[in-house]
Design a protein around this ligand. Structure first.
Ligand code: SF4
Length: 219
């Protein structure tokens, strides 16, 4: 891990040996490495359980997340809770949810490449400490910044796909629509349901269990 872009305070955060230590130090020390710190109320590190096999990566904190200091607690987060509950997953226990950047961009714009790059060592450390077996990428921003060689893709083609990547051995990736996009275009909910059923079947197979039949909730 490269520390040279970061000052001593950030080195302390990035030297954490456990997720709990990382969280505690990050909250104590804060971060001013990119311009997004200027508009934030709280750093938004995550929501959920770091002792899990499922890591979910979204885009950036929104208004509610910034106010509460927790990831995915606004309308999109509540929809994500319902979507995951429809396949029997509890977002607070069965997964940990993080974002590409930890501070809210102005007017909820997508983070730019420089901001995502500057924030990346924190995300890398979260992956390293959680050691997930599956990473769910929510939306185009997460896919673009995690897999930068993917260019000119459309979410219509990518959503619902599984893939592996040589930089992340042992981790299965899956791309899903961002729940904020479903709020914007509810017609995509039907596709989302097909995708989460694939996820449910994949997780069932991983555990060597037969896939149970869940009925879709009205998410
Ligand atoms: S977005 Fe990331 S790099 Fe930028 S100030 Fe916040 S924590 Fe630091």
């Amino acid at each position: 891990m490269q520390f040279d872009l970061f000052d001593q305070a950030q080195n302390t955060v990035l030297a954490a040996n456990s997720y709990e230590e990382f969280r505690k130090k990050f909250l104590e020390v804060g971060c001013t490495q990119c311009g997004l710190h200027e508009g934030r109320t709280h750093l938004v590190i995550d929501r959920g359980n770091p002792q899990t096999e499922i890591l979910v990566i979204g885009e950036a904190p929104g208004e509610q997340e910034d106010l509460q200091g927790k990831a995915f607690v606004g309308r999109a987060g509540q929809l994500l809770d319902k979507i995951m509950a429809s396949i029997n997953l509890d977002t607070n226990k069965d997964m940990i949810i993080i974002n590409v950047v930890k501070c809210r961009p102005p007017n909820n714009r997508a983070p730019v490449e420089a901001e995502a790059k500057t924030c990346r060592p924190y995300l890398n450390l979260q992956i390293e400490l959680v050691k997930p077996k599956i990473i769910l990428l929510l939306g185009a921003t997460a896919l673009k910044h995690m897999i930068p060689e993917k260019k000119n893709f459309s979410m219509e083609q990518e959503a619902g796909n599984f893939f592996i990547h040589p930089n992340y051995p042992g981790i299965q990736f899956m791309v899903l629509y961002h729940p904020a996009y479903l709020l914007y275009d509810p017609r995509k909910k039907e596709s989302m349901w097909k995708h989460v059923k694939k996820l449910r079947d994949f997780l069932g197979l991983q555990k060597g269990k037969e896939s149970k039949t869940f009925e879709p909730l009205n998410f």
